[in-house]
Design a protein around this ligand. Structure first.
Ligand code: PMM
Length: 268
């Protein structure tokens, strides 16, 4: 899954693809580099971010979805708003990726149920403006798995068939680096919930902390792509369904290597 943020302020690529035609070109490139899905979003969820206006989000996202669909690209929409999801589905989006798992907007689940598309349920404890204060866990893996299980059951209860759900541990959302790393190490426990798992750690803070020099300064986000590819290999090796990344080529290669290693293990 390639990331296409049509925003002025996302943490790693904000402002790069803000213009519709630049966004379209980048989305086509992501697909050419091996993305099976291009995830179009118009709202930054970086820690501390405030919310974008609904009409503005619509203006950013819907023309890009329509344009990419016309180019034959499979598109998912990254939004917490039912109205944006609905218009994106109308424009041809084949999956809704809601970082709040339907909690931010009560109209989201009915829209997804009616749209008949798959839905990503991410582990989420609240909006970005103060989510870092919610990074409090006794047992991060146990709590994230329990909260995801409860959310999946609620979404199913509200009308979206379980078979259409994808789950995501929500790396970087109300989590510190050690929480993110612990979850990556325990993807098997997340998979045990019985749904496909999406891993979206691309260029995130925890990778910056892993790569920090002796003085503790992390490299800038765009210098975290090799680390992201390593994460993609680790995730794929543990059976992730998809990885959501900015630099598609390296992760597509990483996923391919993981797949062949798994196949060779099966044959050996
Ligand atoms: N992270 C971001 C945006 N969308 N969607 C899912 N499902 N999971 C994530 O972890 C996630 C997401 C924030 O990262 P970005 O600013 O690089 O898009």
């Amino acid at each position: 899954m390639g990331v296409l943020n049509v925003t002025p302020d996302s943490f790693s690529d904000g402002g790069h693809w803000f213009d519709t035609s630049a966004a379209l070109k980048h989305g086509v490139n992501l697909a050419a580099e091996g993305a099976d899905l291009v995830d179009v979003g118009g709202e930054s969820t970086r820690p501390g971010a405030s919310r974008v206006d609904e009409q503005e989000e619509m203006r950013r996202v819907v023309p890009v979805v329509r344009g990419l669909v016309a180019e034959g690209v499979l598109v998912s929409v990254d939004t917490m708003r039912a109205s944006v999801a609905e218009q994106a589905i109308d424009a041809g989006a084949v999956l809704v990726n809601d970082v709040s798992g339907g909690l931010a907007d009560p109209a989201m689940i009915p829209v997804v149920a009616a749209g008949g598309v798959p839905f990503v349920v991410m582990h989420w404890r609240g909006f970005s403006h103060d989510m870092n204060t919610r990074a409090v866990y006794g047992d991060v893996v146990g709590e994230v798995v329990a909260e995801l299980r409860a959310r999946v059951d609620a979404v199913v209860g509200a009308g979206v068939p379980r078979e259409r759900l994808v789950i995501d541990p929500g790396l970087g959302f109300a989590k510190e680096a050690r929480h993110d790393l612990g979850l990556v190490a325990a993807l098997g426990d997340v998979r045990a919930l019985g749904r496909p798992v999406l891993v979206a750690g691309s260029r995130k803070r925890f990778l910056g902390q892993v790569l920090a020099g002796p003085d503790g300064t992390p490299p800038p986000a765009h210098e975290r792509d090799a680390a992201t590819a390593a994460l993609s290999a680790i995730a794929a090796h543990q059976g992730a369904w998809a990885v959501r990344v900015h630099d598609v080529r390296a992760s597509a290669d990483a996923v391919r290597v993981a797949r062949e290693v798994a196949a060779a293990g099966g044959r050996a």
